[in-house]
Design a protein around this ligand. Structure first.
Ligand code: 6GU
Length: 250
């Protein structure tokens, strides 16, 4: 299945779009280790998107919502199982406070047993106004939080990370970079690998000949139609060779 259309970009080309003030997307990330993602969010495209007012990303330290004097937010699991479990109360206090302030489209929990994150999911989430991402940690969180407060559980792949922070950073990056204006060339988000279930064609820059390694002649020809044709053929060839699974059912 190809990614659903990037509705943003269709709006962006619509003359009526210019009469609308594009709303700024808000992402609230709840974590016990905010410093893991703090720096990442301020750099490059994510940092610039926030400074341009295209989105707001707020980090919340779950320990600020701890009910215990030692600021711990985990405890031993009932049943005598191994590992520690994040308690209900700090998470509930943090999420409920946010939910009282504005409407949220999703309260996401990062967990290896969640739905696999993908480009279509990133496209959908980038259309949301406000989302919360709760980073999982330890052996898990008290399941009652997942039953009562979480609306979407997401994994970034079939491997286990020590915490959900990297997953939250991955999701924020994939979501924010496709907000119109986040990357300079509006077209380039549409020509990403995976937006059409094809891997992107190779790209080259100067010099045209480096140690005898030559850039394909067609790219130097200035012949737009032939270049487009080459690009599609290269995309298809690389997809067939490297990711034949993407071509199944098309
Ligand atoms: Cl979202 N969390 C953790 N802890 N591990 C993961 C993951 C998430 N996605 C893949 N592995």
């Amino acid at each position: 299945m190809a990614a659903p259309p990037l509705a943003h970009y269709y709006n962006y080309r619509n003359p009526l779009y210019n009469n609308l003030t594009p709303k700024s997307m808000r992402i609230d990330i709840i974590t016990v280790i905010p410093q893991l993602i703090e720096g990442f969010l301020q750099e490059s495209i994510l940092g610039r998107a926030q400074r341009k007012g295209l989105c707001e990303i707020h980090l919340h330290n779950l320990r600020d919502w701890a009910v215990r004097r030692d600021r711990r937010v985990d405890d031993y699991p009932y049943g005598g199982f191994a590992g520690m479990v994040m308690q209900c109360e700090p998470i509930d206090r943090c999420i409920s406070t946010l939910l009282a302030q504005r409407h949220y489209d999703h309260v996401i929990f990062t967990t290896p047993d969640g739905e696999q994150f993908s480009q279509p999911m990133a496209n959908e989430l980038s259309l949301c106004e406000n989302i919360i991402i709760l980073c999982g940690h330890y052996k898990g969180i008290d399941y009652r939080i997942r039953e009562h407060l979480i609306t979407k559980e997401v994994s970034i792949g079939d491997y286990v990370l020590t915490g959900g922070e990297l997953a939250a950073a991955v999701m924020a990056d994939a979501i924010v970079r496709i907000i119109p204006g986040a990357i300079g060339d509006e077209q380039s988000a549409l020509s990403d690998s995976f937006q059409d279930n094809l891997l992107a064609a190779p790209v080259y820059t100067r010099p045209a000949d480096y140690r005898g390694w030559r850039v394909p002649d067609v790219l130097l020809s200035g012949h737009e139609a032939r270049i487009k044709e080459w690009e599609l053929a290269a995309s298809l060839e690389r997809t067939r060779r490297l990711r034949p699974d993407l071509l199944q059912g098309q």
